[in-house]
Design a protein around this ligand. Structure first.
Ligand code: GLA
Length: 738
């Protein structure tokens, strides 16, 4: 059967147009070619199986696969490097696709049927995804068919040559006459040969996001996952693989990231023959997705990319790909207004008078956008603390007797320092959630995620609305659009402060995330001029799915500048600094009482696209108040470079008391270095800060020692910084190309 299918498809090949450099399909040998990467797989013409050949530095030919002795229990498929492994036909490794058929069996034989190459990239209906035009990306769609069960699959590869990246997704079509159930769906899967590999992942928790963890890829299975319903603080849908010799700035790295906001699973499995299977997709505990006859399932997209410039090179490819081909907001490439957020300064102690006073104080400091955080809503259950009012999105009449419009007008009446611009106004919402103490919950107790009569477990005194339900989607769309129409609101912080617990069916989670995308697509399309910022108790949903719609995300509720260095540099493994929200908060810090200078706090915060303050200006010390004007000026100067430049992690806070980062402007004409001394030591001396990304032959002036040196000197010799004898010192150093 397999052979017959291949013969049919070979006849179709003549129809495939030629001259498509990024994708070549000679016979059924597929080569995806990027600037510095090749991705090869082929169809075994005997069986119709898809076989992985190569993913790495450029190669020119298909060569015979590694020979594995075919005796013993593991022969046939177990010894092949498979490109889209299914289950039940002699391969005991974890599958990318696991389908339960109507009669209960879970065996699949998805074999090659045909393929098609197109320029550009089709949209994934209802899902966030990378995008690009015909000169950016080419797409190979391979159709597979299971003759026994009448299920077909379309495996789609879109190659972005400039970024050495492949975006992959698949659909499953039920051509039969009974329901099928998808139990496992890995958007990306491939089998590496027997290579010595390390795995980098990020682990954390609330206020402790994105801690880099490295481990060896050993025999058996290693799974990183979230079963929280969201991408979560615990981990992130990202892993990277690399040989042990790879460093931050040199060596091979493969990075994998799922464009998805829900529960996920990333797995490496080293089999007895040494081959390493990589799987990245939905969490199988939250899958069980039914597909009816004639219907199809579309997986989210996963991005796999390759770099020979170390972990930093991988990160920069993700950043540039995501800035140019994932994030759709018009703000992505724009500098962001400096904001002041009311949360850490005032908490729930707000009313119109105190907020307008705060806005007036903010404007004196050079703030351009005033953000009213939590606490402004609720009538019967006024939001005086976190146990009340979520779901009732009407302004608290005791605080805002005439609604939001006149209050926002008062804020807009302030003029931004040294400009004629009005102070902008932004607001906090958490539309996917409800407190039991709310009118909404009393009217619609059935709208929350729950399972039968199990207790509905609370976190932060709240429950999760079932955003998979169309009536909940409509409620959120009409509530948020009603709010945006009610006053001149130019920014929204969309928060989400708990995980999903009880589900009536595991697939509720999947339907919820699709529902959420529908809601956000609708609102961001209707309000493209609103600057949307995601938040989930900090970085609980810092993921590529939401970055498709929203240009920025609050990075962590932990605003301690020292902890933030670890969190922000960890987040930058995948996501661009331009997408991070970072604020200066008060000292000593509310979390850990650390007393860090305002200059250090400022330098850490201005390494992010969205910089701001989150404190009560009345509590500033004299020194802090005096330092603010120059911090604001520095933040404004650096913001264009943070938004459009390239980012380098020069030294990591977990390995040295002297962490450092660097941005190089898009045109290469300037570069800025942020260097820190977290802990003063008598000995040893601080190491030189070796820069990256400069033109070795060009000369650059620096404002540290006012010297002019070549790029080679800065990169190979480095800058020596004379630090004060104190902890938590920082420097911002500008280099200007001569
Ligand atoms: C979450 C957010 C904070 C703040 C509070 C308000 O914790 O991460 O920034 O908005 O909610 O309740």
């Amino acid at each position: 059967m397999g052979v017959a299918r291949v013969v049919v498809s070979l006849a179709l090949l003549a129809a495939v147009s030629v001259g498509q450099d990024a994708i070549s399909a000679e016979s059924t040998n597929f080569t995806l070619t990027a600037d510095n990467m090749s991705y090869l797989f082929h169809v075994d013409t005997e069986s119709g199986e898809l076989i992985s050949d190569h993913f790495g530095s450029p190669v020119d030919d298909f060569t015979p696969a590694a020979f594995v002795l075919p005796w013993g229990w593991h022969d046939n498929l177990a010894n092949l490097r498979r490109e889209f492994p299914d289950i039940g036909r002699s391969d005991p490794r974890l599958p990318a696709i696991h389908i339960q058929h109507a009669d209960g069996n879970t065996v699949s034989a998805l074999l090659y049927q045909s393929h098609e190459v197109t320029q550009g990239k089709p949209v994934l209906p209802g899902l966030p995804a990378t995008y690009g035009n015909e000169s950016d990306v080419s797409t190979l769609a391979v159709r597979l068919y299971d003759n026994v069960s009448d299920v077909s699959a379309v495996l789609s590869y879109s190659i972005f040559p400039k970024y050495n990246a492949v975006a992959r997704s698949f659909s499953i079509i039920n051509n039969g006459s009974s329901d099928i159930v998808i139990n496992r769906a890995a958007s990306f899967s491939t089998d590496f040969p027997n290579l010595d590999l390390d795995l980098i992942e990020v682990q954390g928790d609330w206020s402790h996001e994105f801690n880099r963890v490295k481990r060896r890829v050993d025999y058996g299975e290693t799974t990183i996952r979230s079963t929280e319903g969201y991408s979560s603080h615990l981990s992130n849908p990202f892993i990277a693989l690399m040989p042990p010799s790879t460093t931050e700035s040199s060596g091979e790295v493969w990075g994998f990231n799922l464009v998805w906001t829900g529960s996920f699973e990333a797995t490496t499995e080293r089999f007895s023959n040494g081959f390493v299977r990589v799987l990245l997709g939905l969490n199988s505990l939250h899958t069980s997705i039914k597909v009816q006859p004639g219907e199809s399932f579309q997986s989210p997209e996963a991005v796999a990319l390759y770099s020979t410039e170390g972990v930093g090179g991988m990160s920069r490819s993700f950043h540039e790909l995501y800035k140019n081909h994932l994030s759709r907001s018009k703000f992505t490439h724009q500098t962001r207004p400096i904001l002041l957020n009311s949360w850490e300064g005032l908490g729930f102690e707000i009313n119109q008078t105190s907020l307008v006073r705060l806005a007036g104080e903010a404007v004196e400091l050079g703030i351009q956008l005033f953000v009213n955080d939590d606490g402004w809503f609720g009538e019967k259950y006024p939001r005086n603390n976190d146990s009340l009012g979520l779901g009732d999105w009407t302004p608290n009449p005791q605080y805002f007797p005439d609604g939001l419009r006149p209050y926002v007008a008062d804020v807009n009446n302030f003029t931004v320092l040294n400009s004629s611009e009005p102070l902008q106004f932004g607001i906090w919402v958490e539309p996917e959630m409800v407190n039991p103490n709310s009118t909404l919950y009393q009217e619609h107790p059935d709208w929350v995620l729950h399972a039968s009569t199990h207790a509905r477990s609370l976190t932060r005194n709240q429950l999760v609305l079932n955003v998979g339900l169309p009536e909940v989607q409509d409620f959120i769309i009409s509530t948020v659009s009603g709010l945006l129409d009610s006053a001149n609101i130019q920014y929204v912080k969309w928060d989400n402060n708990r995980a999903m617990h009880e589900l009536s069916h595991p697939s509720d989670e999947y339907k919820y995330i699709l529902g959420l995308y529908h809601v956000i697509e609708n609102l961001t399309t209707r309000y493209p001029d609103v600057l949307w910022e995601g938040c989930a108790s900090g970085g609980g949903r810092f993921d590529a799915g939401l970055l498709h719609y929203w240009p920025q995300h609050w990075t962590s509720d932990n605003t301690d500048a020292s902890d933030r260095l670890t969190i922000q540099l960890g987040t930058s493994l995948v996501y661009p600094p331009s997408a991070m929200g970072c604020h200066i908060s008060k000292a000593p810090n509310g979390f850990n009482q650390r007393n860090i200078s305002i200059e250090f706090r400022g330098h850490v915060a201005m390494m992010c696209g969205s910089f701001g303050l989150e404190l009560n200006p009345e509590e500033l010390t004299e020194h802090e108040a005096a330092a603010i004007p120059s911090i604001m000026a520095e933040a404004k100067r650096v913001n264009p470079v943070v938004i459009s430049g390239e980012f380098y992690r020069l030294a990591l806070p977990d390995y040295t008391p002297w962490p450092a980062t660097q941005f190089v402007s898009a045109d290469g004409s300037e570069s800025v270095v942020f260097a820190f001394q977290q802990k003063y030591t008598v000995k040893p001396a601080a190491p030189p800060v070796k820069l990256q990304g400069l033109d070795p032959k060009a000369r650059y002036f620096n404002d540290l020692d006012n010297g002019t040196y070549t790029g080679a000197t800065y990169m190979n010799g480095g800058l020596n910084i004379q630090w004060d004898r104190a902890d938590y010192q920082s420097k911002m150093i500008w280099l200007t190309k001569q």
